[in-house]
Design a protein. Structure first.
Ligand code: FAD
Length: 152
């Protein structure tokens, strides 16, 4: 099995899109991620997977905190900014929630402490303990076969 076939197969799994945000020493870093899942209800745990080359690892490992922001259908541009798909630097406004930066107008923002982490091949899995969350109504941004999709 080659890498392309593996990527193509994984791309058949339709997902939402999140932006992971973490802050250390007043430096706020964001990264688009669709490798996100709910893990446990008691305690409330979620999981994200971050490539070992991503600068986000340093920020999360220093701060031991991150937020997961589930994007709405109108936030595609933010996903592109934090995936490096828009090359010019953009000023992004963050709100504070539980003392952590979150993306305003996300469908959901989860404030997490790092509960555990585990290296898995070329990614690092972070399990986050959810300290608090907020939820808004709206349609999600979706990702399927390597392309953004709107559900409506
Ligand atoms: P950087 O290259 O440092 O930053 C990425 C971009 O965000 C840069 O353009 C930077 O300017 C901008 N940025 C960062 N912080 C700020 C800020 N405070 N204000 C304004 N702009 C800022 N990778 C994974 O590892 N796991 C995944 O689950 C995953 N899922 C993805 C899902 C989708 C739909 C897409 C499109 C990409 C996904 N990626 C994923 C790839 C990942 O988003 C990119 O590889 C990412 O750019 C690498 O992260 P980095 O920490 O090195 O970010």
């Amino acid at each position: 099995m080659d890498d392309r076939m593996f990527r193509t197969a994984m791309g058949k799994f339709a997902t939402g899109v999140t932006v992971i945000v973490s802050e250390y020493n007043d430096d706020i870093r964001g990264m688009t991620a669709n490798a996100f899942m709910s893990v446990s209800l008691d305690p409330k745990l979620i999981l994200i997977s971050v490539g070992t080359n991503a600068k986000m690892n340093e920020t999360i490992q220093n701060s031991q905190q991150f937020t997961v922001n589930i994007l709405s259908g109108s936030q595609k541009e933010l996903s592109m900014i934090f995936a490096g798909q828009i090359k010019e630097e953009r000023e992004v406004a963050f709100e504070q929630f539980e003392g952590m930066p979150v993306i305003e107008n996300s469908l959901v923002s989860l404030a997490c402490n790092v509960y555990d982490s585990h290296r898995a091949g070329d990614h690092i899995l972070y399990i986050g303990e959810v300290l608090n969350l907020n939820v808004q109504d709206g349609e999600p941004l979706a990702f399927y076969e390597g392309k953004y999709k709107q559900l409506t």
